[in-house]
Design a protein around this ligand. Sequence first.
Ligand SMILES: Cc1cc2nc3c(=O)[nH]c(=O)nc-3n(C[C@H](O)[C@H](O)[C@H](O)COP(=O)(O)OP(=O)(O)OC[C@H]3O[C@@H](n4cnc5c(N)ncnc54)[C@H](O)[C@@H]3O)c2cc1C
Length: 431
Amino acid sequence: MAWDFETDPEFQDKLDWMDEFVRDEIEPLRFVLGSPYDLSCPNRQKLIPPLQEEVKKRQLWACHLGPDLGGQGYGQVKLALMNEILGRSPHAPIVFGCQAPDSGNAEILAHYGTDEQKARFLQPLLDNQIVSAYSMTEPHGGSDPKVFKTSAVLDGDEWVINGEKWFSSNARYASFLIVMVVTDPQAPPYNKMSMFLVPKETPGVKIVRNVGVGTGTEEGSHGYVRYTDVRIPKDHLLGQRGQGFVVAQTRLGGGRIHHAMRTIAKVRTAFDQMCERVLSRETQGELLAQKQLVQEKIADSWTQIEQFRLFVLQTAWKIDKYKDYRMVRKDISAVKTVMPKVYLDVFSRALMIHGSLGVSNEMPYSAGVIDSFHMALADGPTEVHKVTVARQLLREYAGTDDLFPTTHLPKLRQAAYDKYAGVLEQEVAAL
Ligand SMILES: Cc1cc2nc3c(=O)[nH]c(=O)nc-3n(C[C@H](O)[C@H](O)[C@H](O)COP(=O)(O)OP(=O)(O)OC[C@H]3O[C@@H](n4cnc5c(N)ncnc54)[C@H](O)[C@@H]3O)c2cc1C
């Protein structure tokens, strides 16, 4: 029997070290630093690189990658257990060298990049000397990439890119953007697009706005990017011409499941806070913990988190087993649809249990509620992933020409009578 829900002691030691390191050294950073991606911030550069060195010494750097790329090749199950800790802090993934979107961008550079592209873009990215952005969604449509209009035409030895992209996260901090562009408008829909590596300093790349998430008015980190006559050398094509969709899928599978792993950390933290609060706050002469409607919130949250965690771990295990995201597409899409629901449900309950304090900006719940919609949208909206799940599932079934279902009870009853007719007749005869 190979079913086992235990972590081997050697790896558990690493997780225990991580747990303490993240709590003591990384979680406080959110209160003193801005974006972990802002390499131009002197305080960030003073505080984060020494922590990264410590992680490298412990052989926990870039664990999403194989040893050929400087990672540990631990596989997705171990990465899931690590991300359950890293998700507690926005600064933790970058300290461990596995932050989105750089992790996904590194994955496609490793997979499709030429030697020159790897030397120029991949290596400094893996070393966190630079950060990157992924520029796919357009202002007029994101869920359906077939409507994208940003185009590139070949002019001599250069591609000339024109168009606009929306919500290119971290574009303001990035040294380069990976941009999905129409190169072959006459080709079938899934062969129209190609992927390009665009250095941000290239003339014609302009960040129109840095869009933020939620209600604040301060500048955010999701770039509304305009590309005007952006000329890049021919060899900045990533993968083959017309292969844009294939390249995109290679990065999105991993990205989605890694978000789910980190979401476990977030909902567990909110759950712990909720439990502390109900055991601390009294109303009408008893603790909140003694109210049955509050107990329901605790029980439902724990159950949802455990279900979700098992689903994530089983999907991670399947990725390790098949080593092919296409074989696990349905599972990843299903996890992606569950993730925002668990996140929203647990954070909404935590918010309610904390009352006015819960809705205030002195606790993390209102930000978490909004962030659950980030998880519902980024890498494709929930509805589209539900369609993927249903389509894949239905491929395993066939309809019937019969007027009634094949499992219609009268039909099954008749079949059972026919099967045991001999025995039943003997019983009747024996009466
Ligand atoms: C925080 C955040 C970070 C992001 N980072 C990036 C990034 O780095 N790079 C990047 O390229 N993009 C990024 N995105 C964009 C993201 O990929 C898109 O938001 C997403 O693909 C949806 O596209 P849209 O926003 O244009 O919504 P639309 O395509 O306009 O869809 C709007 C809504 O319509 C519904 N809908 C859509 N299709 C269907 C369907 N088939 N059936 C039923 N209902 C449907 C859904 O409710 C959907 O939310 C990010 C988004 C967020 C929120």
